[in-house]
Design a protein around this ligand. Structure first.
Ligand SMILES: Cc1ncc(COP(=O)(O)O)c(C=O)c1O
Length: 390
């Protein structure tokens, strides 16, 4: 795998540089802190402090706090695939779900397929696990089944890692037929899938197709191959470090034991507070607000790109999530543009960080989540001075 922690860490470095210089940051996939539902979360914590605090200070169940697991099960259930709370394992963010699944499913030397481009901190896990990575071509409707099948004829992977709804970094949304086809291929070629879904609830105009977890019910043999991983990081707050994993039934105990070996269980006060927060109806009230705000910001970024960069970059406007994926027309290296962008005090992440193999150097990622509309328009206007004419 052509991955180095140095390269993968570029997002965190650019995001922290942006924070220090006080420029306009399109760098991190960070929710806007002004959108955190801080008062309602404080009320939920206060409720925990008044009632249940002692219990939350004690060791708890390895799988997580039962009431939160029940709420997550409800969140992930569909008519065709009801989820029982016993299937849910609470994790320290989706990242721990990716790491746990990789430990359970893979051995050094195994092959992992990912979208190209994909989420670098997942690549970090695969790198640490000694896996061999290969990127599969994608477009705005997700992974190209023909490209996947061609790769499968050459190499059998142990694992496919994918973010089918509003991917990071490409903002792609896998269509229903592609979701079903990839599940069929998982059965036919006998590989596992990690479905990473932190952005699925952040849709703008219409919800995404059902998750792979849900659709696996339609494809005989697929349910035993899908591990669903998700998180409250993008919808409530990443600092709470609360996510979850739903592995196939036959692997559940191995997932629990593997997580036990790393942290015994996830910290309980966050789990108690999120349970109260959801129970008071605050989560359901909060989601439409952040969907509307991120949708507005995405439209503003698209408008500004059309105005200031249309002849210089290509991009497909996302239908949810947090990211615009851009490509400098006529080639060039987005990493080379960073120094000039920094002088203009505007920050983005070059595409080179997002590939398990040879990167497309002309690409870069811009997050519209953290910056209000005015800043987005100004930041893109400044990029107009940085990115040369094609
Ligand atoms: C696709 C994807 N998966 C997982 C994560 C990690 O999130 P968490 O905070 O839930 O560990 C992120 C965070 O940016 C992400 O974009």
């Amino acid at each position: 795998m052509d991955y180095s922690p140095e390269l993968g860490g570029i997002i965190y470095r650019v995001a922290s540089l942006a924070r220090r210089t006080g420029g306009i940051s399109f760098a991190g996939g960070y929710p806007d802190p002004d959108l955190f539902d801080a008062d309602a979360l404080a009320a939920a914590y206060n409720q925990v402090f008044r009632d249940g605090f002692r219990a939350s200070l004690q060791y708890g169940d390895r799988e997580g706090y039962r009431r939160l697991r029940e709420r997550i099960a409800t969140l992930c259930s569909t008519a065709e695939r009801p989820v029982d709370y016993q299937e849910v394992i609470v994790a320290n963010g989706g990242q721990q779900g990716i790491a746990t699944a990789t430990t359970v499913l893979c051995r050094p030397g195994d092959h992992v397929f990912t979208e190209a481009p994909t989420f670098p901190t997942a690549l970090h896990v695969f790198h640490q696990a000694g896996l061999k990575g290969q990127g599969i071509a994608c477009d705005a409707d997700g992974m190209l089944p023909d490209a996947l099948e061609a790769a499968l004829r050459r190499q059998r992977p142990r694992l496919l890692y994918a973010v089918p709804s509003y991917s990071n970094p490409a903002g792609a949304l896998w269509s229903l037929p592609r979701r079903l086809r990839v599940l069929e291929l998982a059965v036919e070629y006998d590989f596992h899938i990690i479905e990473d879904d932190p952005y699925g609830l952040l849709w703008f105009d219409a919800p995404p197709p059902p998750t792979l977890l849900s659709l696996a019910a339609r494809v005989p043999g697929a349910a035993e191959r899908v591990t669903h991983v998700s998180s409250f990081s993008k919808t409530i707050a990443p600092g709470l470090r609360t996510g979850w994993m739903i592995p196939p039934a036959s692997l559940r105990d191995q997932f629990v034991h593997t997580k036990l070996g790393t942290d015994i269980h996830s910290a309980l006060p966050s789990q108690y507070a999120i349970d109260r927060y959801i129970g008071q109806g605050d989560f359901d009230r909060h989601l439409p607000k952040i969907r509307a705000t991120y949708g507005e910001r995405a439209r503003a970024m698209h408008g500004a790109i059309l105005e200031h960069l249309a002849d210089r970059v290509e991009c497909a406007p996302p239908r949810g999530g947090m990211f615009f994926w851009c490509k400098v027309r006529g080639g060039g290296d987005a990493q080379d543009l960073m120094a000039a962008a920094e002088r203009e005090k505007v920050f983005f992440v070059p595409g080179v960080a997002f590939y398990p193999g040879a990167p497309d150097r002309a690409t870069f990622r811009m997050s519209f989540a953290t910056t209000p509309v005015e800043g987005i328009v100004e930041g893109v206007r400044r990029l107009g001075r940085v990115i040369p004419d094609a």
